[in-house]
Design a protein around this ligand. Structure first.
Ligand SMILES: C[S@@+](CC[C@H](N)C(=O)[O-])C[C@H]1O[C@@H](n2cnc3c(N)ncnc32)[C@H](O)[C@@H]1O
Length: 256
């Protein structure tokens, strides 16, 4: 038995941590104090932070409508990247059934889903209990500083278009760092539409009024947010769907 006295958080500093378990316990305590990023409060309180959002938005019809009924196709493609038994990570929650389906598809492998919004974490925990998802681990973290892996699959699902540029780079690089050899990072997000996509004006209006961080994904490749050394360690493939509105990018870590 460890005879050292228990220390309270106030007495404890990371430099005193001597074991991995102590370091992880300390990191977990620090994560619960993490503030919600300013951009999330300023731009997305109505969607992800306010206490009422769960009742209004956490139903599968919400992503269905927002995604022009492409939700099932986008989610299925993302889930197709997972093999049962994988270690999977997603750095932000998603409304509806996606997190539940992900845990079911991955079982018996562990799925870690983190988020920074307290109400989203509460919703996730309710789903975990309701569906008895013993392999689902819910953690509080800023996506820019993801929960440490390694993982076989790390999935960013419609997150990058909701975050400012410095966050995009931090999330892409942070996720790549957590992918194990032979594993992959999957990014599903918005993309520049083909000129003939009839939803062009509607989506431009939505981005302009509600989702101002989307436009840069119309100009930049997701791979370009990775630092050159990280980018080179992965094999990148990209495909688009629904008239170019959505992209599905997979980065597979090369064997050394
Ligand atoms: C993945 S995104 C969008 C998903 C999709 N629109 C849906 O239907 O849910 C939404 C989630 O990202 C979370 N989020 C946004 N910025 C974050 C950050 N920096 N760190 C962690 N979670 C973040 C929000 O709290 C929210 O739960």
């Amino acid at each position: 038995m460890d005879a050292r006295p228990l220390v309270t958080d106030a007495e404890f500093s990371l430099s005193e941590a001597t074991t991995d378990a102590e370091r992880e316990a300390h990191a977990a305590r620090q994560r619960w104090r993490l503030p919600v990023p300013k951009y999330l409060v300023d731009v997305y309180t109505w969607a992800y932070v306010a206490p009422y959002v769960r009742r209004i938005f956490d139903h599968q019809w919400v992503p269905a409508v927002i995604l022009w009924f492409q939700d099932q196709a986008l989610m299925r493609r993302a889930l197709d990247e997972i093999t049962p038994g994988d270690r999977v990570y997603m750095p932000a929650s998603v409304y509806g059934t996606f997190c539940v389906d992900m845990a079911k598809k991955t079982a018996p492998g562990p799925v870690t889903i983190s988020d920074i919004s307290t109400i989203q974490l509460y919703s996730l925990r309710k789903k975990r209990r309701a569906f008895g998802l013993k392999n689902l681990f819910v953690r509080r973290a800023n996506a820019a500083d993801p929960i440490k892996g390694p993982y076989d699959v790390a999935i960013s699902f419609l997150l990058l278009h909701e975050v400012p540029e410095d966050y995009k780079a931090a999330i892409v690089n942070g996720l790549l760092d957590q992918v194990d050899e032979g594993g992959k990072a999957v990014f599903v997000d918005y993309h520049k539409m083909k000129w003939w996509q009839p939803l062009w004006p509607v989506m431009a209006f939505v981005a302009w009024t509600l989702e101002p961080f989307t436009f840069s994904l119309w100009k930049n490749e997701i791979a370009d947010y990775a630092s050159p050394d990280r980018r080179a360690k992965f094999t990148w493939t990209k495909s688009t769907s629904f008239g170019g509105l959505y992209q599905h990018v997979v980065a597979v870590r090369k064997q050394p």
